[in-house]
Design a protein around this ligand. Structure first.
Ligand code: ATP
Ligand code: MG
Length: 569
């Protein structure tokens, strides 16, 4: 491609709306343009990058025997009613009505459509296992679209779905995808971590997220260096000291705490540290009102709570409910004398002589111990954090930030039961198919790569997904020999299968160098007038500070070597 002919609207100034570096650089380098909140146009450079990502994904999917299809992105309501997700999915599902008053939605994901396809077409165990995938535009009406294409409303996803005759087969399909994902993210040049993710009420440990490590990531990863345990924040378990304190009843005292409703306020009013307080949080659930007890300085992990009690619905209780069950306004709830079921975090077992709410306005109780009230049990209910004990070994957990680029999930019978996707086994008996689903954020990958690779001058993209591999850059465009040599080199590179761009623009050298760095082209071949006269050119790798001078006759060979080496880095 000739630079002069390519549509690359770069920007000199930092766009104000961009909060993270990848978003800023994608706008500045002319990769994307915003049309509406969370909705973007991909310009030629950005699209080239996306297509390279897609190619890697297709190759690795196909190697595992997954077959590509393309499903519609408009989906009928009926399928979503069948899977019982029409009401559950909430506002992220964009719904609309057609001229015949039929209700439809734009697909945020495709379990319903693919299950409908397979249940209609697959009859026998002989047709299984089957893994189908597609690369397609999804729409999710995200509550907070942000960071450009990182959390967009319209974005491209690779979604795959596996269908097996039994659990064992489903596990094999799952592991195949696990393996393929590792290869894909390696090829994209990522530093990433595979973490356990929540499986909700489907159970088992069969959900993993692939997280690109980046400080700006929206996700928090909890991991243990000693044993390799890694999970996302929702899922992360916490180890606990195994020696609970002896049974002990307190000689507690009621104290007045007028207007002090928050942990911090009560703690400083009473002159104790927040971890000497026990919070009593009241929830409304589909199984009635419950209370959860947790140390004052910790937060409840609602996913753990939902999983523990098999809840479909969990919401903090409103003021009215709190008054009804505790007899006091919010801020003074405590476990003593409460008649609702109480679930305590394991930390509570180790607490002594602590402060709780008095279930009376402006009253707290001090000197309390765990045997002063009844609980239904002690469980791991808190959000893990840096410094907590590892659940698997004696190590310590630490937290890092990541960007979720892939998610694999063993679905089991969830959809096949709801939508009656069955096959006939070798005895002619009807059985449900065992399913798995596997997603990759195709467009998010490009943003994640930039978050991981950049400097003050622009992107530092991995060669495999950079829009171009090599920029052939004559410094002086009015010097005929430089231009001729450059063009010749560029053409030969193309013939050899190298994705090169030729900066034939009549621009100042500074502009050309700046653009090359901004776009992050991994290899730059600089053709300078003086060097060329002496029979030399220069090669500079984007991620290195200095360039190398080499004989012009060796240029092709050396560039190809560089491409190969950089690909395998
Ligand atoms: P997140 O927690 O980031 O919202 P998710 O759990 O909703 O992700 P999945 O339903 O598993 O995501 O979708 C598969 C992949 O699609 C994700 O791993 C992510 O890379 C990508 N993805 C999800 N939502 C978006 C979005 N709004 N914009 C861009 N990519 C997305
Ligand atoms: Mg989401």
């Amino acid at each position: 491609m000739l630079f002069s002919k390519m549509f690359i609207p770069t920007m000199k100034e930092d766009p104000k709306e961009a909060e993270v570096i990848s978003h800023r650089l994608m706008l500045r380098a002319g990769f994307i343009r915003r049309l509406a909140p969370g909705i973007y146009t991909w310009l030629p450079l950005g699209l080239k990058s996306v297509q390279k990502v897609e190619r890697i994904i297709r190759e690795e999917m196909n190697k595992k025997g997954a077959q590509e299809i393309l499903m519609p992105f408009v989906q009928p309501k009926e399928l979503w009613v069948e899977s019982r997700r029409w009401d559950k999915y909430g506002k992220e599902l964009l719904r609309f009505t057609d001229r015949n008053k039929r209700e439809l939605c734009i697909g945020p994901t495709h379990e319903e459509v693919v299950t409908d396809l397979v249940r209609k077409e697959v009859r026998s165990y002989k047709d299984l296992p089957l893994t189908l995938y597609q690369i397609q535009t999804k729409f999710r009406d995200e509550i907070r679209p942000r960071f450009g294409v990182m959390r967009a409303r319209e974005f491209s996803m690779k979604d795959a779905y596996s269908f097996d005759v039994d659990e064992k087969g489903a596990e094999k399909s799952y592991m195949d995808m696990y393996d393929a994902y590792g290869k894909i993210f390696d090829r994209c040049g990522f530093k990433f971590m595979v973490v356990e993710a929540d499986t909700g009420q489907i159970g088992g440990s069969f959900s993993h997220e692939f997280m690109v490590l980046a400080d700006t990531g929206e996700d928090i990863i909890i991991s243990c260096e000693s044993c390799g345990y890694a999970a996302n924040l929702e899922r992360a378990e916490v180890g606990f000291a195994s020696k609970p304190v002896q049974r002990k009843k307190g000689e507690f005292n009621k104290v007045e705490t007028p207007g002090q409703t928050k942990v911090g306020e009560v703690a400083s009013f009473l002159g104790v540290s927040p971890d000497k307080l026990l919070k009593t949080i009241i929830y409304n659930t589909d199984k009635g009102v419950i209370g959860v007890l947790i140390k004052g300085d910790r937060e409840i992990n609602e996913t753990k709570l939902k999983n523990l009690l098999c809840l479909d619905y969990l919401e903090l209780a409103d003021e009215g409910t709190i008054e009804r069950v505790t007899g006091s306004p919010p801020g003074f709830s405590g476990p003593i004398g409460l008649s609702i079921p109480l679930y305590a975090d394991r930390d509570v077992e180790l607490m002594e002589d602590f402060v709780v709410g008095g279930n009376e306005k402006d009253i707290h109780i001090t000197g309390v111990n765990k045997d002063d009230f009844n609980v239904s049990g002690f469980y791991d209910l808190k959000i893990a954090r840096n410094g907590d004990k590892c659940p698997n070994c004696s190590g310590t957990l630490s937290s890092t930030r990541g960007i979720e680029v892939g998610h694999i999930f063993k679905l089991g019978l969830k959809y096949s039961e709801a939508m009656h996707a069955v096959f006939l086994d070798s005895d002619g008996k009807e059985r449900f198919m065992v399913m798995g689903c596997y997603g990759i954020g195709v467009t998010r990958i490009v943003a994640a790569a930039i978050e991981q690779g950049h400097d003050e001058n622009g992107m530092i993209l991995p060669l495999a997904i950079s829009p171009f591999e090599v920029d052939v850059l004559p410094v002086n465009s009015s010097h005929r020999e430089s231009m001729e040599f450059g063009e010749q080199l560029y053409k030969e590179l193309l013939e050899k299968g190298v994705d090169a761009i030729f900066d034939d623009r009549d621009e100042r050298p500074g502009v050309k160098f700046k653009d090359c760095d901004l776009i992050g082209i991994p290899i730059r071949v600089t053709i300078g007038e003086k060097n060329l006269k002496e029979g030399y050119i220069e090669i500079k790798l984007r991620h290195e500070k200095t360039s190398q001078r080499m004989k012009k006759g060796e240029a092709i060979e050396r560039v190809i070597e560089c491409v190969k080496r950089t690909t395998h880095q």
